[in-house]
Design a binder for this molecule. Structure first.
Ligand code: ISL
Length: 532
């Protein structure tokens, strides 16, 4: 499948976010600078050189806004501020400047579907039925029997309606009761939220990752969701019903178009949407006229069985589904899902990184995955995630992928001088300092991959074509009119003959000689990039 012609290659090179590699920072767990056990903005600033050495182009920060932290920042109580645990607006301005000095872009999270129940807007809204901000949130009467207006279930379990005794109505919450859903149908709320985008762009932010977009502007009067015929208890309560009426409603798409129009008032900004469902749903968020998200997140690799043929199949399916002119993107890990080194197995972590960083499209690399961090075992007393607390024991909790970075030897692994908010989990190959000094480490391999990606236009903007996929071997080409590179991935723990020859540009095995090779046989769990 050849998906890109020369003109498209040139067009791709014009937008920075098409050739960039994005690195997701989960600020609570990146670097603590003030000894409270929680990471902060000054800590991030102090680690920018590490990120430059790594070779990424942009950082995206999970929320750093004022928040009671019921959902660790995804419950925002002031959209235009910085939570004291992370620092101040001055710290933020300094971070933007320090990023830009180094040629790094900075993206923020934007959480439009819900605020915190401590947001002054909500405090006003719930103060009386007649309050001018009542309609900024979604309020409905109980059914005659006192039950909620419909059967929708919250993403973290429980009804997605919360009764307000004082005013005698239910408010809608898609996630926790502490996260009331914003009513985007209200023109004043809409204007206020769109102004938030301008606020951060005026401060120099280069783009936004828009949270939980599928839940924005639900049509709560559309009726009950139908039961899910394929549901099993281990899937958790949320999926007991299909979210046919509660997600991806037409008004939501209109809102995204407005967000994009505001974003386009500023040059060179990128809008990324957290779409989470089917391929069709993801594609729908490009917009027929490519007027919605530049990059609707592609989470296919997050859910894939770690199998060469299966993954090659989904890459082809994704490539084929892209709208004309739509730019692809790939995500291998984030703060909501188990670590890739645990999902694929630690031995496959290099293969997984090679896949993420050589597929066509903008990759997002999650902090700690460059160290091969695995899921942490969180003792029950240390659990923080509200999802795990509300629906325990099903493995839904997200703490295992949110543990602090391990930077260097010594107490707190250089993350904090205090007890960290989540237990530290050391990567099997050692902390960042140790891996930096070890040529065979996963960190060294990912640095080399990112350097090769910078030097090799094929890897940035070349077309994609599967060569072979099956029996644990996945080989694909990235081509430009001037030449091609071939990526060979061994998904197994046994050697694999590729039948290919060429110049070895990079291998996950530092012992493999560079230069010409014929009849390439991959070692177990090896990734090799060849110039044909
Ligand atoms: O809606 C979903 C499935 O039907 C979820 O996958 C949903 O998209 C996802 O949980 C949204 O996650 C984001 O918003 C949450 C927050 O807890 C997560 O950390 C964030 O990534 C609420 O803001």
């Amino acid at each position: 499948m050849d998906t890109l012609n020369l003109a498209a290659c040139q067009a791709a090179a014009a937008d920075w976010w098409k050739t960039a590699v994005i690195y997701q920072i989960y600020p609570r767990s990146f670097q603590d600078s003030d000894g409270d056990g929680v990471g902060d903005l000054a800590g991030i600033e102090s680690r920018l050189d590490y990120l430059c050495d790594l070779g990424i182009d942009a950082i995206w920060l999970s929320p750093v806004f004022p928040s009671p932290m019921a959902d660790f920042g995804y419950d925002v109580s002031d959209y235009c501020g910085i939570d004291p645990v992370f620092g101040t607006l001055e710290d933020f301005d300094r971070l933007v400047a320090s990023c830009h000095d180094r040629g790094l872009k900075l993206l923020l999270d934007f959480v439009p579907s819900h605020s915190s129940d401590r947001h002054p807007w909500f405090l006003e809204s719930r103060s009386s039925r007649g309050n001018p901000r009542r309609d900024w949130y979604i309020w409905r009467d109980a059914k005659p029997d006192g039950s909620p207006p419909n059967n929708w279930i919250g993403e973290f379990g429980g009804p997605s309606w919360t009764w307000d005794e004082a005013t005698g109505q239910y408010y809608h919450n898609t996630f926790l009761p502490e996260q009331p859903a914003l009513n985007w149908q209200n023109p004043e709320l809409r204007a206020a939220m769109l102004e938030v985008i301008r606020f951060w762009y005026r401060r120099g932010v280069d783009g936004l990752r828009v949270d939980a977009i599928t839940h924005v502007a639900p049509d709560v009067d559309k009726g009950d969701n139908p039961p899910n015929p394929d549901w099993a208890p281990h899937m958790g309560p949320t999926h007991s019903h299909l979210q046919a009426n509660s997600k991806n409603q037409p008004e939501g798409y209109r809102i995204v178009r407005l967000m994009r129009q505001v974003s386009d008032e500023f040059p060179d900004r990128v809008l990324i949407g957290e779409t989470s469902g089917s391929l069709g749903e993801v594609m729908s968020y490009y917009g027929d006229a490519l007027d919605l998200f530049h990059l609707p997140f592609n989470f296919m690799l997050l859910r894939a069985r770690w199998d060469a043929a299966e993954i090659a199949g989904l890459v082809e399916t994704y490539e084929a589904a892209l709208p004309e002119g739509g730019w692809p993107n790939w995500v291998l890990g984030n703060h909501d899902i188990g670590r890739i080194a645990s999902r694929a197995g630690p031995a496959q972590a290099r293969v997984a990184a090679a896949l993420l960083l050589t597929l066509r499209g903008t990759p997002t690399l999650y902090q700690g995955d460059e160290l091969g961090l695995e899921n942490a075992v969180i003792p029950p007393a240390a659990v923080q995630d509200p999802w795990e607390k509300r629906v325990p024991g099903l493995g839904l909790g997200r703490d295992p992928a949110r543990t602090p970075m391990a930077w260097q030897p010594g107490e707190g692994a250089g993350f904090s001088s205090a007890d960290p908010w989540l237990p530290l989990c050391l990567p099997a190959e050692g902390d960042a300092a140790r891996q930096s000094a070890a040529p065979g480490s996963i960190l060294a391999f990912i640095r080399a991959l990112l350097q090769l990606r910078r030097e090799e236009p094929c890897l940035q903007i070349g077309s994609y074509r599967t060569r072979q996929a099956g029996d644990g071997l996945y080989v694909f080409d990235r081509s430009m009119p001037e030449g091609a590179v071939t990526v060979c991935l061994n998904f197994t723990s046994r050697p694999q003959a590729t039948g290919l020859g060429g110049e070895v540009l990079l291998s996950s095995d530092p012992a493999r000689p560079r230069g010409l090779s014929s009849g390439l046989v991959l070692a177990p769990d090896e990734a090799v990039i060849l110039r044909q």
